[in-house]
Design a protein around this ligand. Structure first.
Ligand code: ATP
Length: 359
């Protein structure tokens, strides 16, 4: 286990492209950190700088308080699992797991004990004699994870390790990786573009966009206290609904009606009189019907999607569209008119210009 410090880390590629700007983060021993963001936001570049596979253009990277910028990948005591997990096709699962240790000249009986223990953690005990081609995608991915965890390392890096698996396998592997993390205790950094993976696995999440860190926090903090429109829209599924509007006489116009914000406790709001704002609410934060301490709106149901545990309701009102999440038994009729309420505490307001949250 190691603790890591990233201080003002920047990456400028030789062609001049500035891929990562002033990345700052302290990672505690044993923490599970997830870097999440859309394609091209710089998460893999940051991970590769931590791994020692990419030079750090500016800033300091420390392992256990010691500067590690110039350390080679081996010296950093890091294991890594990538999206494409090339196993040796002609070698059995046992040999695939043992290979790294064999190269290091570790004793056969130590290797055997380690391979067996790793296989047990990963549920691969019955497959040790098989060749990779005789395994499912999920089993192959487990071998790849096994090859990384068999060496005792302080830091474990994973770059989209589940993206080649189908949806069901991804869900299974998600909890397996969390379990392995608990057992090995290695400080882990996991890269994904999937907010569900980030939310379900992370101790803390780093949300990135265009090479800049947007917010760092626990899944709970990011969901309930997003700092800007991007984080609010990225975390949560279906995403938060946004309506652009203006504050006039402490009222907003949404879905064709005026609503007073007098009941809302946002000290910064007084500065926004006459200015454009973005009004946000989560699909699952609404209550059907009217409600105290809430804004109640009317809309037409355009489409419903029954998902079993809930129903997504696509609504329109004037020019606006939004998605609501309701209990399956409350699924409204298509084309019907519904009333729903957004409790004051579930309303988000953002500065329309800077996109920062108004607190
Ligand atoms: P993805 O999920 O698609 O892998 P990512 O967030 O991991 O995306 P990176 O791979 O870190 O993104 O890339 C960040 C940016 O840096 C991208 O715009 C990419 O095109 C650019 N980039 C990556 N490698 C190089 C390189 N060798 N030279 C120049 N630009 C690069």
């Amino acid at each position: 286990m190691a603790y890591l410090t990233l201080k003002d880390i920047n990456k400028i590629y030789p062609n001049g492209f500035h891929a990562v700007h002033d990345f700052n983060l302290e990672i505690e021993k044993g923490e599970f950190i997830v870097f999440v963001g859309p394609s091209g936001c710089g998460k893999s570049t940051t991970l590769r700088m931590i791994a020692g596979l990419e030079d750090i253009s500016k800033g300091d990277f420390l392992i256990d308080g010691k500067r590690a910028n110039e350390m080679g990948p081996r010296e950093r005591q890091i294991a890594m699992v990538f999206q494409s997990y090339a196993l040796y096709p002609q070698m059995s699962v046992y040999d695939n797991l043992a290979y790294g240790l064999t190269l290091q000249g570790v004793d056969e009986d130590v290797i055997e004990e380690k391979v067996k223990r790793t296989a047990k953690i990963l549920g691969l005990t019955d497959y040790l004699d098989r060749l990779p081609r005789a395994l499912s995608g999920g089993q192959r991915q487990r071998v790849a994870v096994g090859r990384a965890i068999i060496r005792k390392v302080g830091i474990f890096l994973m770059d989209e390790p589940l993206s080649n698996l189908d949806a069901k396998q991804r869900v299974t592997m998600r909890s397996e990786i969390t379990q392995i993390h608990r057992e090995t205790g290695a400080t882990t950094i996991y890269v994904t573009h999937d907010q569900t993976e980030a939310m379900t696995m992370a101790d803390r999440i780093v949300v990135m966009k265009d090479g800049y860190v947007q917010q760092i926090g626990t899944p709970y903090e990011l969901y309930f206290n997003p700092v800007n429109v991007f984080v609010a829209g990225f975390i949560g599924e279906p995403p938060m609904n946004f309506v652009r509007t203006k504050i006039q006489n402490n009222c907003v116009r949404i879905f064709g009606e005026e609503y007073s914000l007098a009941g809302l406790n946002r000290p910064e709001l007084s500065k926004y009189e006459g200015r454009d704002v973005v009004f946000g609410f989560r699909p699952e934060a609404i209550i059907l019907g009217t409600q105290q301490s809430a804004i109640s709106l009317k809309a037409t149901v355009e489409l419903t999607e029954m998902l079993g545990d809930n129903t997504n309701v696509y609504i329109t009102a004037g020019d606006e569209k939004a998605i609501l999440k309701v209990e399956p038994h409350d699924t409204p009729e298509m084309d019907s008119e519904i009333t729903f309420s957004i409790p004051y505490e579930s309303i988000y307001l953002f500065d329309a210009e800077t996109e920062k949250v108004i607190r």
